[in-house]
Design a protein around this ligand. Structure first.
Ligand SMILES: Nc1ncnc2c1ncn2[C@@H]1O[C@H](COP(=O)(O)OP(=O)(O)OP(=O)(O)O)[C@@H](O)[C@H]1O
Ligand SMILES: [Mg+2]
Length: 461
């Protein structure tokens, strides 16, 4: 489904009018026609059921008072046989009880006779919106079931399809892969997909978060150490490179690795062996290497922060993940999948209103899929009822920049605003970094990088 088709189907709505009065039938058919609908009209419930058997319709508009089988009985039959047909009933003035009974039995709305043309038009248009929303959601759920994705990755856009093809291809080989992309675009998920679709899938997948490694401990973390190698080394410990032996090592945020460690890592990868700290013995390792970063490594090389030789070593195959704003057609499917993920399985599936979906489509998503996932998780937690509405979305989506100019807010550089936001959130979470990252809608690794950048690593322990 592309962006445009979100804002509508090509085929007209089909409507079946059931009323024993010819004049009402004609009037309803004319109103339906004016709304761009394809209308058929019959005079009894029996005729209606016969016709529906061959041509199910989107909307049934029926009088409650019919000659043989009553309108209420027709409603019951149609609800059972064609659950996706929306039923709108016509009731006589003064018979509100039957209208209430009809809604209880599943009619979406009722119109009291005699009615104004405009009134019927408005009701038909409202039902149309409900029907379209329901059809769209069913379609999305269907697409989800048939798994248009790869290893948990969702996407039907041409850009994501290219990513899936590439995963399929590179997973069968051994060469290093460098995954580039903004924060929250799915770099780690892609790395996992490559590993779990390849011949090493039964072997370990070991992620190494280079941004959260403590500089003084990196070497022993990566290569391990032997008993007595340093104060406190009471036992020997295997390093991450050895833990990943025969499997895959995933260097996340490789751009954050200190330069001196980069040289040691390169050597280990080239020679395919590690030397634990304090040991003289070298141990052979066989690992597949995947690395990821959201930094511009070429710029980092230029600035002397990244070694060119390590870059060449890692950048054998490069995968660039598209930001969400460049593949907005994937948003409805992602939303459907997150709604399913966060909703209580005991309850009816949640859907999202057209207005709310339009906001999601209009937004720029600087935090990419992670930000969208957080927005839906929050909406599900805050909202109640089967439909997620605009009001359940985060305020930056409801009030895009400029809509709500702060009145007397201090004007500060972006960096300072960011630093304060992190600090405030850290305080609120009592220093819980995972919760802080989630609330800010950024990855844990991004948070660690920013903490380092603002010298806040030790703030609120
Ligand atoms: N295509 C996708 N389909 C479904 N979920 C996705 C997709 N891409 C990302 N996600 C989800 O979004 C979140 C962020 O993904 P991931 O951690 O892989 O991103 P990242 O690029 O590594 O981010 P960062 O740079 O911040 O570390 C995860 O919860 C992941 O499951
Ligand atoms: Mg990541």
């Amino acid at each position: 489904m592309d962006e445009e088709s979100l804002s509508r189907r090509a085929a007209p709505m089909t409507v079946l009018v059931v009323d024993d009065e010819q004049s009402t039938r004609e009037l309803c058919a004319a109103v339906g026609g004016e709304c761009g609908m394809k209308v058929q009209a019959v005079g009894s419930a029996e005729e209606a059921l016969e016709l529906l058997e061959q041509f199910p319709v989107d909307i049934l508009l029926t009088d409650l008072k019919l000659p043989k089988t009553s309108g209420l009985d027709l409603l019951k039959r149609v609800r059972g046989l064609y659950p996706h047909t929306a039923v709108l009933v016509l009731t006589q003035y003064g018979s509100i009880e039957s209208a209430v009974e009809a809604t209880r039995l599943g009619a979406v709305d009722y119109v009291t006779k005699p009615f104004h043309v405009e009134e019927l038009k408005a009701r038909l248009e409202r039902v149309t919106r409900d029907v379209e929303l329901d059809q769209e959601n069913r379609l999305l759920r269907e697409q989800l079931r048939t798994r248009p994705g790869f290893g948990g990755l969702i996407g039907m856009s041409a850009k994501m399809q290219r990513v899936f093809k590439m995963i399929e291809r590179v997973s069968q080989h051994e060469y290093p892969v460098l995954i580039l992309g903004e924060s929250g675009t799915g770099k780690e998920l892609v790395a996992r997909s490559i590993h779990f679709s390849g011949p090493r899938q039964d072997k370990p997948f070991v992620p190494v978060d280079c941004s959260s490694l403590v500089p003084t401990l990196i070497e022993s973390e990566l290569f391990g150490y032997v008993k007595g190698a340093f104060t406190g080394a009471f036992n020997s410990k295997q390093g991450l490179l050895e833990t990943a032996n025969t499997g895959t090592l995933f260097f996340d945020e490789i751009g954050d690795m200190p330069v001196d460690m980069q040289a040691k890592l390169l050597r280990a990868l080239q020679e395919r062996e590690v030397k634990p700290v304090g040991s003289t013995e070298r141990r052979a390792i066989n690992v597949r290497v995947i690395a990821a970063t959201n930094r511009d490594l070429e710029q980092a090389i230029h600035n002397g922060q990244f070694r060119q030789d390590l870059y060449f070593r890692l950048n054998v195959v490069q995968m660039k993940l598209p930001p969400l704003r460049e593949r907005k057609s994937d948003i409805p499917l992602l939303v459907a999948s997150f709604l399913e993920k966060f909703c209580d399985p005991q309850q009816a599936p949640r859907t999202i209103s057209n207005d709310a979906m339009q906001r999601l489509m209009a937004y720029d998503w600087p935090g990419n899929v992670r930000e969208l996932e957080n927005a839906i998780e929050r909406a599900v937690a805050l909202g109640s009822g089967p439909i997620v509405h605009v009001a359940d979305l985060p305020s930056n989506l409801i009030y895009p920049t400029g809509d709500r100019a702060p009145e007397r807010e201090e004007l500060l550089p972006l960096e300072e605003l960011e630093r304060r936001a992190i600090l405030r959130t850290l305080r609120q979470t009592g220093g819980d970094k995972l919760a802080t990252a989630r609330l800010l809608g950024i990855g844990k690794t991004t948070l660690y990088r920013k903490l380092k950048q603002y010298h806040m690593e030790h703030t609120v322990q």
